[in-house]
Ligand binder design. Sequence first.
Ligand code: URA
Ligand code: SF4
Length: 250
Amino acid sequence: MSERDDITRGLRQLLELDRAFGIEFLPRVETPAVSVRRPAESPAPVPVAAAQEALASSEPLLPAAALAAIAREVAACKRCGLCSGRTNTVPGEGDAAARLVFVGEGPGADEDAQGRPFAGPAGDLLTKMIAAMGLAREQVFLTNVVKCRPPDERQPDASEAAACLPFLERQLLAIRPTVICTLGNTPLRTLMGDPKLGIISMRGKRLVWKGIPLIPTFHPSYLLRNTPAKKPCWEDLKVVMQLLKEHTDG
Ligand code: URA
Ligand code: SF4
């Protein structure tokens, strides 16, 4: 992100705060070019609403602030039954300015114990896959469809995924990455809104979620049990790398 984008986002956030605190006008500050004398009459104040409109955008908070707000909401969330079995919520982690987001299924035992995504053996493999792409884990964002651990290592059911989906959608819209990579069936079905999709037939395809390229691939837990699937998975990750490169070059 350019420095200018950063400044614009920062301004947007300040204006939003102003309005939240009931401030409707900003003083017009003019830097005198030659004289240091103040003008006899203060210039007309600038309406905050007009300034906000000038910076209009659908993304009101800086991504990092938006992600932190989502994590706080997740920590208090009781929207589905998974809340009762959790030790920690696992909202996700990584760079708020990431160009690549991996979406898994949900926390397992290690993730639930630590409050961090992909903290166990599948996470170790995913970290290696990210390194093979020439990236560090800290440069991407890692999250899951559900933010609380399903009991007995079962998959989240459709109603749990649906209850939690607004958090994932808000995370993705706050980050607006160049590419989303879904891992396994659950994030593919949930984000594409089609419970019949299967990763075996869908991998290798280029999908789109709300205008963002989405590349579905296998879940690293599946790769741990099915080593031959690593090869097609690597093909998928190469497509992800190509999309990242095209975006940089273009
Ligand atoms: N599997 C997932 O889908 N997500 C995690 O965070 C860890 C393992
Ligand atoms: Fe809330 Fe998601 Fe946890 Fe369910 S899984 S309680 S919707 S944060």
